[in-house]
Structures are given as C-alpha cells and as structure tokens.
Design a protein around this ligand. Structure first.
Ligand code: GDP
Ligand code: ADP
Length: 201
C-alpha cells in the first residue's frame, strides 16, 4: 500500500497519474467523497461522488477502510476494491491525507509505504493551485491557509519528495516503489526459491 500525501496543489494527482501509466503492477484506490466534482472529473475514475447520507451509510456499514473530514467535505477509501487488489497480489496507490494515513497505519503498518510530497516554495504552491483553474478564489485561499497544518505532518512519513519537476519526481517515486518491493519480507515464494537454489548447489 503506497500512500501519497501533500498539501493540496503540490502535485499528488499529477504524479499518481504518471505512476499508474508507467507501472502495471499498481492500482489506484478510488475514494468516495461528498465534495462536488470539478470540471472534467469523472465519477468512478477520479472519485465516487456521493451525498452525505450515502457516505454515512457506507461508513456505518464498515465499507470504508478509513475516512476523514478534509476542507469541510467527507472523504473515504472503499474497502472491497483495496482488498481485492491486494489479494490478487497487486500494489495499491492511495491519494489520501495524513488522517487517513494514520488510520491505515493502525491496522497495516508493515504493508504501508508513506510518501509526502512538498512544493518547492509557497509561491509555487499558490501558483499550482491557481493554474489548476478549477477552484474558486475562496477555495484557493482556504487550501493555502490549511497548507502549513498539512505540512506539519511530514514527520509521520517514510519518504519526502520535493516536487520541483514532475518527471524527476516520478523517477524518485518509482525508485521508492522498486526498493520497497524488493524488501525481503515482501518477496513471496523467496524461501522456496532459495531452497531450490541451495539444493542444486
Ligand atoms: N483520508 C482521506 N483523504 C482523502 C481521500 N481522498 C482524498 N483525500 C484527501 O483530501 C484532500 C483533498 O482532495 P481533493 O478535494 O481531491 O483536492 P486536491 O488535493 O486539491 O486535489 C487531499 O489531501 C486528498 O489527499 C480519502 O479517501 N481519505
Ligand atoms: N512538478 C510540477 N511543476 C509544475 N506544476 C505542477 C507540478 N505538479 C503538478 N503541477 C500542476 O499543479 C496543479 C496542481 O496539481 P495536482 O496534481 O492537481 O495537485 P494535488 O493533487 O496535490 O492537489 C496542476 O495544475 C498541475 O498540473
């Protein structure tokens, strides 16, 4: 389970799309949210857009692996898709905030790799939020105001990427993923492979 968190606008969505396009062993976890869709966002692809009662029902029936309030909206990770992907041996990428990351860590610390993305400067962050051109001035202000609080959680993450240039950040994220996949405890079938090797020697 690879988690990518950052203050809004640092580039999580952009980097996630690039990783998904370049690695066929990882699946995106599509969250549910009560936030209204932005122009161009597709239901079931970017998010599952639901109303508040539907979100509450999913939460109450245990259908969410984690959930949190972010910028006055509800967000959560549907459990079945994640469990299905993991049991099929796939990796899962999460674009979730620090609250959700903490909740995943409570049950799956060993299976979690946590990456925090930082903007190079405050001015870059503001410019990226504006360049997305999908949020109102008020929403941009609200997100800038929250950025410092979000960033304060960077110490809870395993890896930090300062997102200067997207392709360079992708190289770094891919390196993290490859190294984590090679951790001895994550290599299924390793002991029988080594046994076979040793028996042949
Ligand atoms: N805990 C949690 N956070 C989420 C989830 N989905 C998205 N988020 C976070 O909610 C925040 C706002 O997301 P969004 O409205 O798409 O805005 P953006 O980050 O500016 O693109 C971001 O920090 C996301 O990482 C989720 O399922 N659970
Ligand atoms: N490394 C980067 N350099 C310049 N612009 C970027 C970079 N990464 C993302 N952006 C732009 O910044 C805006 C916000 O990026 P996005 O991926 O939506 O952020 P997040 O998902 O973290 O809120 C988008 O317009 C995106 O094209």
């Amino acid at each position: 389970m690879l988690v990518l968190s950052s203050p809004s606008g640092a580039g999580k969505t952009t980097l996630s799309r690039k990783l998904l396009a370049s690695d066929d062993r990882i699946t995106m976890s599509v969250s549910v949210t009560t936030r209204p869709p932005r122009p161009g966002e597709v239901d079931g692809k970017d998010y599952y857009f639901v109303d508040v009662p539907t979100f509450h029902r999913m939460r109450d029936e245990g259908e969410l692996l984690e959930h949190a309030v972010v910028f006055d909206n509800l967000y959560g990770t549907p459990r079945p898709a994640v469990e299905l992907a993991l049991s099929a041996g796939r990796d899962v990428l999460f674009d979730i905030d620090w609250q959700g990351t903490q909740q995943l860590g409570e049950t799956a610390q060993q299976d979690l790799v946590k990456v925090f993305l930082l903007p190079p400067t405050a001015a870059d962050l503001e410019q990226r939020l504006r360049s997305r051109a999908q949020d109102s001035e008020e929403v941009v202000h609200q997100r800038m105001a929250k950025a410092s609080d979000e960033i304060s959680h960077y110490t809870e993450y395993d890896y930090i990427i300062i997102n200067h240039e997207v392709d360079d950040s992708l190289v770094k994220l891919t390196a993290i993923l490859q190294a984590e996949r090679l951790k001895r405890r994550r290599l299924t079938g390793l002991s029988s492979f080594v046994k076979g090797l040793r028996d042949a020697l």
